[in-house]
Design a protein around this ligand. Structure first.
Ligand SMILES: [Zn+2]
Length: 311
């Protein structure tokens, strides 16, 4: 039986990590394309430009949807600039678009998430939508991002609800990996997970239980603390490695089912995944002590524990 484990090539995290962006990008070449979230483009892009002196980056405002039209437009722009790398600066759709553009343009990709709301940054996967925002396909990429750089001050300045949703997504990682391990089910590569993947998934859970509430308080006060650093790493790196190489199970399946229901559309991915985790505790017959611990955690950080809390 083969096990397979996949990773991004380099993960950089810390307060003011964005100041290292130019130096990090210069490892991939001199010229590149930066795909920028519209809000960041309109408000804080001048700050980022200060840290890009080492490279020649064409900064473009993301049109808002990760669809084939937008990907084609950006691949053309990359090639007309003779770009050697792509940077995705922003949230989920900006990140997914950057990965797809780098793939079709056959260049390196750096992901700079401005939120810790899900485990998408580290993965070798883009979700492609139609121009109207309907699901189109999963684009499974041949490799993970070359660089993921997370500035925890940027995360601390973002709304608390997003960090909490990221904790909901990360809360699923250990339970889903454990289900895959016990049932010899495969991970995102179609092979079995490794000892390393399961250990990282377990660390993800322990980190949330110990530091989740403290990290939420830090985020609310817009301060970077050791607890916030740990939870950002759990939400982004540990959860990303854990889900891709450990595998997915009931929590995400229940989430996918919930998305069909119109009233849940106002709720974030991680909020619905967290509800899936709670259901999965009963499906997998977890000890009462574990169930109590997970409910207590959800109540502490403000993740939904009832159907009415997800619409
Ligand atoms: Zn997820």
């Amino acid at each position: 039986m083969l096990t397979t484990t996949i990773f991004p090539s380099r993960y950089v995290q810390g307060k003011d990590a964005r100041k290292q962006l130019g130096a990090e990008l210069s490892r991939f070449g001199h010229r590149g394309l930066m795909i920028c979230d519209p809000f960041i483009y309109d408000n804080t892009i001048e700050d980022y430009k200060t840290y890009l002196e080492q490279v020649d980056v064409d900064i473009v405002r993301f049109a808002g949807e990760c669809c084939d039209t937008e990907i084609t437009r950006l691949v053309d722009r990359l090639q007309s600039h003779n770009g050697e790398f792509v940077v995705g600066l922003g949230g989920g759709k900006t990140i997914d678009t950057a990965k797809a553009v780098a793939h079709y343009g056959n260049v390196s990709v750096a992901i700079v998430p401005t939120l810790a709301a899900s485990d998408a940054p580290c993965s070798a996967l883009s979700v492609i939508y139609t121009e109207d925002g309907e699901f189109n396909r999963y684009l499974v990429l041949p490799q993970n991002p070359n660089l993921v750089l997370v500035d925890t001050q940027t995360v601390a300045d973002a709304p608390t609800r997003l960090l909490v949703a990221g904790m909901g997504d990360a809360l699923a990682t250990w339970f889903e990996a454990q289900s895959c391990q016990q049932s010899f089910s495969t991970n995102m590569t179609g092979r079995l997970g490794s000892m390393s993947a399961y250990a990282l998934a377990n660390l993800c859970y322990d980190t949330l239980i110990e530091y989740g509430a403290l990290a939420k308080t830090a985020n609310f006060q817009n301060v970077v603390t050791p607890a916030l650093e740990r939870v950002v790493e759990a939400n982004t790196l540990l959860s990303g490695l854990g889900f891709e190489s450990g595998g997915l199970a009931a929590s995400h399946a229940i989430h996918n089912g919930l998305t069909v229901l119109e009233p849940t559309h106002a709720y974030l991915h991680g909020e619905k995944v967290a509800f899936g985790v709670l259901a999965s505790l009963f499906l997998t017959d977890k000890p009462a002590e574990t169930i109590r611990e997970v409910y207590r955690f959800c109540e502490q950080v403000g993740l939904p524990t009832t159907l009415s809390a997800i619409g």
